[in-house]
Design a protein around this ligand. Structure first.
Ligand SMILES: Nc1ncnc2c1ncn2[C@@H]1O[C@H](COP(=O)(O)OP(=O)(O)O)[C@@H](O)[C@H]1O
Ligand SMILES: [Mg+2]
Length: 387
């Protein structure tokens, strides 16, 4: 979507610049000229203003944002329509989103707990009101240090928020959202509740502590990971206390029944597990011999290079995930993505981005071995008959 209203007027808003772009809307920095106040103005994309379903979705987003009054939820100021374009005006958060913070590598465990602890407060409140956010990801967590002595967090983007039932789907049944942090039941189109957001929060904690999400690669690989694979141990990616692996495993349990009861419980358990790491600037990466793709944990400048297992030796019974084969980077997806609902784990309904994957490679090898055997036998026969 290339539209940019910068420099134009939309009702009593003067558009000052672009803050972010999604598939359905553009978020602008703007000025409410009546009040002389800076705002964040989300304007529905011009290309979908005629789509009744997306208009309804945008109205829902405004309603859901205004329904919740919490210190960690971005406050809504105004909602309206000008020239057929729907808009939502909200508090302009002067800072960055969590995606920007994690981009540079893992963040300090104490900071991750502080930031995600505030997200957990907002989420538990949302869940108590029967709502489920369903689009939790670092880009929807806004962080500012300009409003208080400590960093303050706002949960944003209620575009997919639902009142219980099943996750957001288009009228044609497509999954709508960001698969990188999506829970298995959400991807499958089953019923969702607060534990669906809790799963995503655990994925975000994993990303904050290790500098990468639990599953990455092509969209199909990410989805198959959430549906059926164990996430890698965080301790195999960054130097962290071993107990955090169990906490993350529970938070990311495939079955909602096996997760924590509330988001605050997840953060409390993580706080207990990470206590030995309190005061560390950021978790140092675990040293590897081979190349690893994707964002790499950043080595903190002060202090000696860590020796794996020296600070937080893994318990002998905890298997350390082997170094992962390099995966292709995430496609530059215009989140949220629109996908057909996935079939149960193990099915092949999601074609992978690699035609002729490992299965066909195996057949080629078998064929070559067979051909070599035939040549050897023929040579042997020719030699034997010529003697
Ligand atoms: N209130 C805000 N103040 C400042 N920046 C914001 C605000 N809300 C969102 N943003 C930025 O704009 C981006 C897009 O906004 P978002 O509501 O998430 O839209 P989308 O539905 O397109 O994802 C966010 O990822 C964030 O970086
Ligand atoms: Mg968003």
């Amino acid at each position: 979507m290339s539209e940019d209203l910068t420099g134009r007027r939309l009702g009593h808003y003067k558009i000052d610049g672009v803050l972010g772009r999604g598939g359905m809307s553009v978020m602008y920095r703007a000025t409410d000229v009546r009040l002389g106040r800076k705002v964040a103005l989300k304007v529905m994309g011009e290309h979908i203003t005629g789509d009744a379903e997306f208009r309804e979705r945008f109205v829902d987003e405004a309603r859901n944002t205004s329904a919740i009054d919490h210190a960690n939820i971005v406050p809504l100021y105004d909602f309206g329509e000008v020239d057929g374009m729907l808009y939502i005006a909200m508090r302009l958060v002067d800072g960055s989103d969590l995606a920007g913070l994690v981009e540079g590598g893992p963040i300090a465990p104490s900071r991750a707990l502080e930031l995600l602890g505030q997200v957990a407060e907002a989420l538990d409140m949302l869940h108590e009101q029967g709502l489920v956010h369903l689009d939790l990801k670092p880009a929807n967590v806004l962080v500012t240090s300009r409003e208080a002595a400590n960093e303050h967090v706002y949960l944003a983007d209620f575009g997919l928020t639902r009142r219980g039932a099943t996750g957001h789907r288009t009228s044609s049944g497509d999954f709508l959202g960001s698969p990188t942090y999506a829970a298995p039941e959400h991807l499958r189109g089953e019923s969702v509740d607060g534990r669906t957001d809790l799963y995503a929060l655990a994925c975000m904690l994993f990303a904050c502590l290790t500098g990468r999400p639990p599953f990455r690669g092509q969209v199909s690989e990410i989805i198959q990971g959430h549906l059926g694979a164990d996430p890698p141990a965080a301790t195999s990616l960054a130097m962290l206390p071993p107990a955090i692996d169990g906490v993350l495993r529970t938070g990311m349990a495939k079955s909602p029944d096996q997760r924590f009861g509330t988001c605050k419980e997840l953060i409390a358990a993580a706080r207990g597990a990470l206590a030995p790491a309190a005061g560390r600037p950021s978790p140092p990466p675990v040293q590897r011999s081979g190349p690893v793709s994707g964002p790499q944990p950043v080595q903190p400048t002060p202090g000696p290079r860590p020796v794996p297992g020296a600070a937080f030796p893994s318990p002998p019974q905890a298997p350390v995930a082997p170094p992962q084969a390099p995966l292709p980077p995430m496609p530059p997806s215009g989140d949220p993505v629109r996908l057909r609902p996935p079939s149960p784990a193990g099915s092949a309904s999601f074609a992978t981005g690699r035609p002729g994957g490992s299965g066909s490679a195996r057949w080629i090898v078998l064929g070559l071995v067979g051909a070599a055997l035939v040549v050897i036998v023929v040579l042997f026969v020719v030699m034997a008959t010529s003697i």
